[in-house]
Design a protein around this ligand. Structure first.
Ligand code: NCD
Ligand code: ZN
Length: 345
């Protein structure tokens, strides 16, 4: 196959930031994607329906002339979140999910949840109205090794939450382990799992061997090769529970290339080319559309996009090494192999 036309894809986990960074990186997503689930971890976080509406307006105002892109807003769950505010924001169509960060798990997560009992009324309301909970699935206990934090989260937090809240629809976000793949497969259709582009490409050696590579550092951190292979198998399996959430997370180079570098890989620019290469390597290019364009809308109970995207195989494609934003330069994820799939609208 040298040409493939798919329904226009969506990104079910995206960081757009705000201000000059938003302005600089939004075109990278809007070029290929019709919609995205927008992460609420701004400073301060997007906690209320009113804040989500204002953020949505800022995103729409930052779109390039003529671009068509729909931000699907989320609320950042705190121990003070009001179930009625969540319900009203969902009812109005503004908010499509609530995001749970365990406090301290990742970038800008200090306002996250410490005691899960304190968010029980919100989770119960969400189960009642069918609003999905997006989970950053890592425990934060200092005695748990960073490479084990996802697997421990499944046992200590995810499974108990699901048992205590029947009917709660959950997205395990940016899964990085075979444990998460297995857990997702053990559940019914009230559980989905997103997989990033970069976790299909890198393992932990890419970060650490031959010198530290800060642009490969993200959270959850990439694991050993067996896990990467399990993720590739899951993403390319055609199973509807697995879908694309890039977790494209821009930080300026000065904060990535730093003694205490920020977590996040920026993949918005070249994600579709990389995914085409990965699905081709696995011999299942015909399943790319399911992963990127069909399974996500099915889980979120939204229509699939009317538009299309065409991928054409040819000479290696070059993408910019950096996106120059008003906030500073952002390095584009380097998959480490040539990309042959050209993407056009
Ligand atoms: C994200 C960010 O920078 O906001 N970073 C990352 O490594 N993925 C936060 C997150 O989703 O964990
Ligand atoms: Zn993220």
């Amino acid at each position: 196959m040298t040409k493939l036309t798919i329904r226009r894809p969506d990104d079910w986990h995206l960081h757009l930031r705000d201000g000059a960074m938003l302005q600089g990186i939004l075109p990278e997503t809007a070029r290929h994607f019709a919609r995205a689930i927008i992460m609420p971890n701004l400073v301060p976080p997007v906690v209320t329906g009113e804040q989500a509406a204002a953020y949505r307006d800022r995103i729409l105002a930052a779109l390039p002339e003529g671009a068509v892109f729909e931000p699907l807003m989320t609320l950042y769950l705190t121990e003070d979140t009001d179930p009625a505010d969540v319900a009203a924001a969902a009812e109005s169509g503004l908010v499509k999910a609530v995001k749970l960060y365990p406090a301290g798990a990742t970038t800008n997560s200090h306002s996250g949840v410490r005691d899960f009992d304190n968010v029980r009324p919100v989770l119960e309301k969400m189960a009642e109205i069918g609003l999905p909970l997006c989970l950053h699935g890592e425990v934060t206990d200092s005695d748990v090794d960073i490479f084990d934090r996802e697997a421990v989260f499944i046992d200590r937090v995810l499974d108990p939450i699901r048992r205590a809240t029947p009917g709660l629809r959950v997205v395990m976000e940016h899964i990085t382990t075979s444990d998460a793949v297995a857990y997702a497969r053990s559940a019914g259709d009230d559980l989905g799992a997103t997989i990033t582009t970069h976790h299909l490409v890198i393992n932990r050696n890419h970060i650490l061997v031959g010198g530290i590579k800060p642009h490969y550092y993200c959270l959850p951190v990439a694991k050993r090769e067996t896990h990467r292979l399990a993720l590739r198998e899951a993403a390319t399996s055609g199973e509807a529970r697995f879908f694309l959430g890039t977790d494209s997370a821009p930080h300026i180079d000065a904060l990535k290339e730093h003694a205490c570098g920020c977590a996040g890989c920026f993949t918005a620019t070249n994600t579709m080319s990389i995914l085409a290469e990965v699905f081709e390597q696995e011999g299942v290019l015909d399943r790319l559309e399911g992963f990127a364009s069909l399974h996500g809308p099915a889980f979120y109970r939204l229509p699939v996009n009317e538009g299309t995207l065409t991928l054409t195989k040819g000479e290696p494609v070059s993408y910019p090494e950096k996106i120059l934003t008003g906030a500073g330069p952002v390095t584009v994820f380097d998959p480490g192999f040539p990309l042959h799939w050209h993407v056009s609208n």
